[in-house]
Design a binder for this molecule. Structure first.
Ligand code: OGA
Ligand code: NI
Length: 257
């Protein structure tokens, strides 16, 4: 949290070195989901750090603040360990016998998204991030003490109160697809605050980018037909750069009808 805050306090020219529109880049600094396509700009700065394979990507991460790499690498490793523990429990909860999927995660993708939402004089006129669900199986999210995150629950937006020392675990689209709909990915958004800036750190985990995510064959039978198409990172990139994403969520676009 501390080193993230110091990164966003760097002069703009320093931060701007890491701007990129390449969704596969090792590092991306910017505002909004996709500067090329989104008409509206969100009230958010972000730094996205691709964490896998770490040794290849680390040299591209910001070199200032001087301790950024060391701190974020350590945090990312802890998140990876926790992700494994959670996925083991989730596989068990689904009654799945084979652990092939756990082996696939050994070489899986991990993306660290550090968000900074500056305080905003007119918070009602904008959003930190518009409603979306996360790509990936799980997102492990650390938020500071400022409110902002809301999830959609029973048709209403519910604020997730920051609880010191806790993480928010969000189910992502890939887990909904893999579990053939048993786990539901959560729709969420971020409001901005009139007086305080807010920082959050999201760790997004999934299979390797080139792997296919599909409903587990063990969860498909006559009563529970297959609900989703096979998907991979290329399908996601295609969706992001298409006009489809204006009207449909990614998950909707993967549904079999
Ligand atoms: C995200 C996200 C929530 C937050 O980065 O995808 O939903 O609280 N962040 O910043
Ligand atoms: Ni999100």
């Amino acid at each position: 949290m501390d080193v993230s805050r110091r990164f966003f306090e760097l002069p703009f020219e320093e931060r701007a070195k890491y701007m990129s529109t390449d969704m596969r880049a090792a590092v991306r600094y910017g505002t909004s989901f996709n500067q090329n396509i989104d008409g509206i700009f969100c009230w958010r700065d972000f730094l996205k750090l691709n964490c896998h394979p770490l040794l290849d990507l680390l040299p591209y991460w910001p070199s200032t603040p001087i301790d950024l790499r060391e701190k974020i690498v350590s945090y990312a490793k802890h998140m990876e360990t926790l992700f494994f523990m959670l996925m083991k429990a989730i596989i068990e909860s689904l009654g799945l016998a084979d652990e092939d999927i756990l082996n696939e995660f050994e070489d899986g993708s991990q993306l660290m998204v550090i968000n900074c939402y500056p305080w905003c004089p007119e918070p009602d006129l904008t959003l930190g991030i518009p409603p979306h669900s996360d790509y990936g199986f799980l997102t492990l999210l650390l938020q500071d003490s400022i409110q902002g995150l809301q999830i959609m629950s029973k048709g209403e937006w519910v604020t997730i109160e920051p609880l010191h020392g806790s993480l928010v675990i969000n189910v992502g689209d890939h887990l909904e697809i893999f579990s053939n709909g048993r786990y539901k990915s959560v729709l969420h958004r971020v409001l901005v605050n009139p007086t305080n800036s807010r920082i959050s750190i999201a760790s997004l985990h999934s299979l390797p980018f080139e792997n296919i995510v599909r409903p587990s064959p063990q969860l498909i039978n006559e009563e529970n037909p297959r609900r989703f198409k096979d998907t991979d990172f290329a399908a996601f990139l295609e969706y992001i750069s298409s006009i489809e994403h204006k009207s449909k969520s990614f998950l909707e676009s993967r549904k079999l009808t």
